[in-house]
Design a binder for this molecule. Structure first.
Ligand SMILES: Nc1ncnc2c1ncn2[C@@H]1O[C@H](COP(=O)(O)OP(=O)(O)OP(=O)(O)O)[C@@H](O)[C@H]1O
Ligand SMILES: [Mg+2]
Length: 337
């Protein structure tokens, strides 16, 4: 089954073709970062308009790269939520129209289910039951996955998401938007232990997170410092270590709580090198394993939507012809496949 996947929930236009026989055939992402940079964050109306401009050429390009004609497709999957309503509608309308014109089944996919399943796309050994750590710009969640589609929330952030904390911390030390990846790059040359920040909410039981206090700790340290390039890197390293340690401690607790030994990590922060290494060590120590998508498939992309769509279409699901999106959508309401 060859499925076209379309992702337009926020500021990335993503398109991919997933083939259940051979895997990912092609994927392309167009990022709107430059468009939103001068505003310091995503402007929803500009995002929608840019998806309108970029989506159809990106679909043509991806089909060309996959070497597939439109009439060879067996289904279309698109992100139906959560996300920005206007941005979601662009992808949903294009996907629905294509499916109608080609007489194909189409399916609306939950964006976070897409992220959650991305580690399984190229790792056949990763199968439920597992615990998923979703660490992105908008989410930090630990999810107990007993079977595909059956998602039980174990814990989540009470304030900022981990990616949001990276971005805000980068901003307050003067790095341009979106600063998360740049902060991580700076941390590479920072001295470990020079700045020590707390590991929030690890001193008590529970699986929830809180990252908003960390940025205040960083702000105070930054203001009191000489604000040199090296200090910025040292603070970045201290911040990254605090986030990574906190995530690792809670992941280990979640594996214990769920009684399983497989961890699956997804979302943009999953591209973080130190987080990947730390979780790998933690999982190996307990005789378990951890699965990550390749870094390019950690952030928003069409491949994860094509893959989740293929799984649901194969399970016999599809959604009706209307163009519906769900900007706020609880993943626990999804049905098992
Ligand atoms: N190497 C890295 N280290 C730390 N954070 C990173 C790294 N690369 C990306 N990020 C962070 O990942 C986030 C983007 O990830 P992603 O695209 O999955 O989130 P999103 O789609 O905006 O959020 P959501 O999926 O929750 O709606 C940003 O906050 C960015 O700073
Ligand atoms: Mg995302």
């Amino acid at each position: 089954m060859k499925v076209l996947g379309i992702e337009t929930s926020c500021d990335e236009t993503g398109v991919a073709v997933y083939d259940t026989d051979v895997g990912l055939r092609a994927h392309a992402v167009y990022s709107q970062i430059a468009l939103h940079a001068e505003y310091g964050g995503v402007v929803p109306e500009l995002a929608s308009r840019d998806h309108v401009r970029k989506l159809l050429p990106l679909i043509r390009q991806t089909l060309d790269e996959a070497g597939i004609a439109l009439d060879e497709l067996d289904g279309v999957a698109y992100t139906a939520g959560p996300g920005l309503v206007g941005a979601l509608l662009v992808g949903a309308a294009a996907a629905r129209s294509l499916a109608w014109g080609l007489n194909l089944p189409a399916i609306g996919i939950h964006h976070m289910e897409g992220h959650l399943l991305a580690p399984l796309l190229e790792d056949e050994a990763a199968k439920p039951p597992f615990v998923a750590l979703l660490v992105s710009g908008g989410h930090t969640q630990l999810v107990d996955v007993k079977s595909l589609g059956d998602y039980r929330l174990l814990g989540e952030t009470l304030d900022d998401a981990a990616g949001e904390a990276f971005d805000k911390t980068a901003k307050l030390m003067g790095l341009p938007y979106p600063g998360g990846p740049q902060l991580a790059a700076l941390a590479e040359v920072g001295t470990p232990g020079k700045f020590k920040f707390s590991r929030p909410m690890t001193d008590r039981p529970g699986l929830d997170f809180s990252f908003s206090g960390l940025k205040t700790q960083v702000l105070l340290a930054w203001k009191a410092s000489d604000q040199s390039e090296q200090t910025r890197a040292d603070i970045a390293r201290g911040f990254e270590d605090a986030v990574v340690d906190t995530l690792a401690i809670k992941c280990e607790r979640a594996l214990d709580a769920a009684g399983c030994n497989t961890l699956v990590v997804a979302g943009g922060v999953g591209a973080n090198k130190r987080l990947r290494a730390k979780l790998q060590t933690m999982a190996e120590k307990r005789g378990g394993r951890v699965a990550f998508p390749r870094p390019a498939l950690c952030t928003d992309n069409g491949a994860m939507i094509a893959f989740a769509g293929a799984l649901r279409l194969q399970a016999g699901e599809h959604t009706d012809l209307g163009v519906h999106v769900t900007p706020r959508w609880d993943m626990a309401t999804l049905t098992a496949m």
